[in-house]
Design a protein around this ligand. Structure first.
Ligand code: S3P
Length: 440
């Protein structure tokens, strides 16, 4: 197991306050992982700008280096990957450490399964508890030789240079599983087809196109032909919608004069939160950027709004899967009841996010009820103060930091070092916007 982040790091946020101004949040985590990996499989150089220099993506970067890929970083947000094609990768004698990054581990399983060498994938305490059979099982159907420990890491991949495409129906809506199978499909013979039960983020499909790979989309099914070569390209990573989400809700709570978030990725497979908040009466305006970018971007303007509770439409759940911690904060402030169902995937994220949020909301005096597959919240009475356990989960920590804007007393959040996995500079940016936040 990799060394755990310092569990003693804490945040304290003063109750109340207001925020305003213009902010740019760091680059998209999902897109940064993919840009590195596809760059490592490609022939020729890939120039990445707007890269997220967070711990998760740095785990991917180091793993690629351990596999023999030469990578340069002219600045923290700029990366040049000197790809020499998938066949030039070489095995690592040491285990590849994915840290806290589920995306890295699952996508690397697909990327490494068709390679002729053995690999071992490990991670931190949280990642070592997360389910990996959802990727291992379909990869075995493709001919891969993969072992997990009772479904969890470490993941042992035995070299198998002869995978074949399959026609697979995903039992859970998961972009990570879809992406892993597409990456394995590139190194397999024949066609790999993946059908989703509901749309999930399509960054892999879009980016493969930019690297010169033909990917077919036919309704819920995406497929590609094995053996296609990737050509190095330029990737501009937009600001991460999932990081912007914390400030979108902060703006709804406390931006009387408005808050502007610049250059945010607004791929419709990521922006379910906007639909949910609009159903609650949120004042949010998108100013889309013109042009034919691989990923659509916009400036997002938010204003303090009175929210009302909703039943979240189930089809929006996969489109907002990472935004529920901060959504629950918004729901706790909305008048009336909010219910989320069909969100059992939240139990196997960096923490059990349903349980962690229910526990934290209870600490702050919010009436809520934990369901097997969701959460019921009665909102509208604000937050008291208290001490919150983040369970080492970056998004739980940041969600409760934002809750401070509507709290009657200070909130302290424990075990917050992992904020750096997705949002380096969160504390500084939040303070600059007006939040009374301190790192302890
Ligand atoms: C991700 C997909 C989602 C999401 C994760 C990033 C990706 O996971 O929660 O943070 O980059 O593909 P699932 O595919 O497991 O839903």
């Amino acid at each position: 197991m990799s060394s755990a982040a310092d569990t003693r790091a804490r945040l304290r946020v003063a109750g109340g306050g207001s925020i305003s101004g213009e902010l740019t949040v760091p680059g998209d985590k999902s897109i940064s992982h993919r840009a590195l990996m596809l760059g490592g499989l490609a022939e020729g150089d890939t120039h990445i700008s707007g890269f997220l220099a967070g711990a998760d993506c740095l785990s991917t970067l180091r793993a690629l280096e351990a596999l023999g890929v030469r990578i340069e970083r002219p600045s923290p947000e700029q990366v040049v990957v000197h790809g020499r094609g998938a066949a030039a990768l070489s095995g690592s004698s040491a285990p590849l450490d994915m840290g806290n990054a589920g995306t890295a581990m699952r996508l690397f399983m697909g990327l490494l399964a068709p390679q002729p060498f053995d690999s071992v994938l490990i991670g931190d305490e949280s990642l070592m508890r997360r389910p990996m059979e959802r990727v291992a099982a379909p990869l075995r159907q493709m001919g891969a030789r993969i072992e997990t420990r009772e479904g969890r890491p470490p993941v042992h991949i035995r070299g198998t240079p002869s995978l074949h495409g399959i026609d697979f129906h995903l039992p859970v809506a998961s972009a990570q599983v879809k992406s892993a199978l597409l990456l394995a499909g590139l190194g397999a013979s024949g066609r790999t087809r993946v059908t989703e039960p509901a749309p999930t983020r399509d960054h892999t499909e879009r980016m493969l196109g930019a690297f010169g790979v033909t990917v077919q989309r036919d309704g819920a099914r995406v497929s590609l032909e094995g053996g296609q070569r990737l050509r190095g390209t330029s990737v501009h990573v937009p600001a991460d919608f999932s990081s912007a989400a914390f400030f979108i809700v902060a703006g709804l709570i406390a931006a009387q004069r408005g808050l502007l978030l610049r250059n945010v990725g607004v791929n419709p497979t990521r922006t379910g939160l906007l639909e949910m908040l609009k159903l609650m009466g949120a004042d949010i305006q998108l100013h889309p950027h013109a042009g034919e970018a691989v990923e659509p971007t916009a400036d997002i303007e938010v204003r303090k709004s009175r929210l009302r509770g909703i039943h979240v439409p189930r089809e929006l759940v996969p489109l907002a899967i990472d935004e529920f911690p901060i959504f629950f904060i918004a729901a706790a402030l909305a008048d009336g009841e909010t219910t989320v169902r069909g969100a059992e995937e939240l139990r196997v994220k960096e923490s059990d996010r349903l349980a962690a949020m229910a526990e934290g909301l209870t600490t702050l005096g919010v009436d809520n009820h934990l369901l097997d597959d969701g959460l019921w919240i009665r909102g509208g009475s604000g937050f008291g103060g208290g001490t919150i356990e983040s369970h080492g989960d970056h998004r739980i920590a940041m969600a409760f930091a934002i809750a401070g804007l509507a709290a009657r007393a200070p909130i302290e959040i424990r075990d917050v070092a992992n904020v750096a996995t997705s949002f380096p500079g969160f504390v500084e940016l939040a303070r600059a916007a007006g939040l009374g936040l301190e790192a302890l």
